[in-house]
Structure formats: C-alpha cells, structure tokens
Write a protein that binds this ligand. Structure first.
Ligand code: HEM
Length: 130
C-alpha cells in the first residue's frame, strides 16, 4: 500500500470539498440503512463530524508510525460493538469514506488510489480485529 497516494487523495479532497462529512454518511447509510438510527441523538451532527475527523487522524497516524492507531482501532471496534455496530462492519466507515472521496475526485480518483484505499482498509480490518 502506498501511503503517499492515500495522503494525496486526502489532500485533494480537502482542496476540492469544504465539507465531505455529509457525503461520507450518505454513502454509509446507503450501504447500511440500519446505521442511521444509531445517530438519532446527534442532532447537531457534531458527533458525526468528530467521528470522521478521528477516523482520518487515526488513519494518518497508522500511515506515519502507528503511534496509537492500532490500539485506537481495537478499542473503538469494541466500543462500537456496545453501540450496536457489528464488529465485522466497523471498517465499513472507511469504505464509505473511500466511496465519498471517489465521488468528490471524479476522474482524479485513479486506479492506483482505489487499490491503495482497498489495501489500507484490509489492513485496518485486520488490525482492529487483532
Ligand atoms: C460503520 C462503522 C461505524 C459506525 C456505524 C459508527 C457509529 C457511531 C455512533 C452511532 C456513534 C455515537 C454518535 C453519538 O454520540 O450520537 C459513534 C461515535 C464515535 N465513533 Fe463511530 N462508527 C463507526 C466507525 C468508526 C470508526 C472506524 C472510527 C475510527 C476511529 C469511529 C470513531 C468514533 C468516535 C471517536 C466517536 C465519538 C464521537 C463523539 O462523540 O464526539 N467510528 N460512532
């Protein structure tokens, strides 16, 4: 997996889209409608925004030196099981993020970028289940 390509996609999305968060959750809820009601108390959207920021920061830590990412992912997978998120679907959030980024970048979402994100999500899945 190429960390540089992942970082490029994150930067390109940041440059092109002021707020990718609604699109990420739109993708998540389209694939998993059962998740939408879990956010019923998040009236302001603050928790959704914070979750997205944390997920991206954790991903960036993983790509850098994994100072905390592996532990964070394992802990959050367990925390989320208590919220009602099946453990095997925890990484679906990263899948929805990749899909939203693909939509935002259009033709600039390359086959290389797609492959890098797929590999990263497999790695996150393995790490968070460890
Ligand atoms: C499909 C996967 C996921 C679902 C359905 C999900 C769902 C949720 C829900 C329902 C909450 C509580 C929202 C509220 O308080 O109203 C939450 C909070 C949170 N989630 Fe997730 N989550 C997922 C994946 C992730 C991932 C991959 C991370 C990355 C580390 C993450 C990090 C967080 C954090 C940090 C919070 C606390 C946000 C806050 O209260 O400020 N989640 N999540």
């Amino acid at each position: 997996m190429d960390a540089g390509i992942i970082m490029q996609t994150i930067e390109a999305v940041g440059a092109r889209c002021a707020d990718p968060v609604p699109l990420v959750y739109e993708r998540l809820f389209a694939a998993h409608p059962d998740f939408a009601p879990l956010f019923r108390n998040d009236h302001s959207g603050a928790a959704r925004g914070h979750m997205f920021t944390t997920a991206i920061e954790t991903l960036m830590d993983l790509l850098a030196d994994d100072a905390y990412a592996s532990h964070m992912l394992q802990a959050e997978r367990t925390n989320h099981a208590n919220l009602g998120v099946a453990t095997d679907l925890f990484t679906a959030f990263y899948g929805a993020t990749a899909e939203a980024f693909r939509d935002i970048l259009g033709p600039d979402w390359t086959g290389e970028a797609d492959a890098a994100w797929r590999t990263l999500i497999v790695r996150i899945d393995a790490l968070s289940a460890a």
